[in-house]
Design a protein around this ligand. Structure first.
Ligand SMILES: [Cu+2]
Length: 260
């Protein structure tokens, strides 16, 4: 084998334990820490979270939060076997390469797009999600079922995070949107931790500084950051919106949306 043009689906996430030890996990990552990954060889990102990108982008240094996925087209033209590694120099994916070095191939074209309804931001249904809690955070008073609790009482009940001042899954959805209608959710990360916010059932674009990201289903929000996501109601049902650091989800970071 002299040269490989390979498509790699990175359904793997680096789980970094506080000790600095690392392991690979499946796409349903449970890590509290996002991982930094680098790519050797000539590599292009052609899809995010399973959604083809309109334009492939050169892959450089990347951050993959729990449950985020990338598809890469890689031209393995060198002889270094490792394709991706973590900041801890732990190899995440690689190929065995033999033969002589070859010239690199041309950039790959885009994958066939998935059909997506256009966003109508002017008429969008809107909601705001305030994310609080955690170490060095200010959760304040919160609601659990019908009760009002101090943050200390909530922690005794096993809740460390709150969405809009509620630690359990609310009875009412964060928002209801019709099939074909556009919804915008503004998420305010008012904590000292990153959170990988994951929406089930539909893909969204991230709106930042007037620009739209490619379609995807998970966005990493950093401490103090406000992130807007926009999507079109596509699949009727009740859909979770939650942090995919699953220990966070289990202790307060879960809400839901209704598409009808
Ligand atoms: Cu989180």
């Amino acid at each position: 084998m002299i040269r490989i043009a390979a498509v790699v689906l990175l359904g793997l996430i680096l789980v970094v334990e506080p000790s600095g030890l690392a392991a690979q996990a499946e796409a349903a990552g449970t890590s509290m820490y996002q991982s930094h990954c680098g790519v050797e060889h000539s590599a292009f990102v052609v899809a995010l979270d399973g959604m083809p990108m309109e334009e492939p982008e050169p892959a450089g240094r990347m951050v993959l939060a729990p449950t985020q996925r990338i598809d890469l087209v890689v031209d393995v033209s060198g002889d270094a076997p490792a394709l991706m590694w973590s900041d801890q120099s732990i190899e995440l994916a690689g190929f065995t390469v033999s033969g002589s070095r070859q010239a690199t191939r041309a950039e790959p074209g885009a994958l066939p797009p998935n059909e997506m309804s256009p966003l109508s931001l002017k008429t969008a249904v809107r909601a705001r999600l305030s994310m609080t809690g955690g170490m060095m955070g200010k959760m304040g008073r919160v609601h659990l079922r019908d009760d009002g609790l101090s943050s200390r009482q909530a922690m005794r009940e096993g809740y460390f995070w709150a969405f809009n001042g509620r630690v359990d899954v609310p009875e009412d959805p964060l928002l209801s949107v019709g099939v074909g209608e556009t919804a915008v959710v503004e998420m305010v990360n008012d904590t000292s931790w990153p959170h990988a916010m994951h929406l089930h059932g539909q893909y969204f674009r991230v709106i930042k500084d007037g620009a739209m990201s490619p379609w995807r289903d998970t966005v990493l929000t950093t401490p103090g950051e406000t992130v807007q996501i926009a999507f079109v109601g596509a699949n009727p049902g009740k859909w979770l919106l939650h942090c995919h650091m699953l220990t966070h989800a289990a202790t307060g970071m879960l809400t839901w949306l209704k598409v009808a």
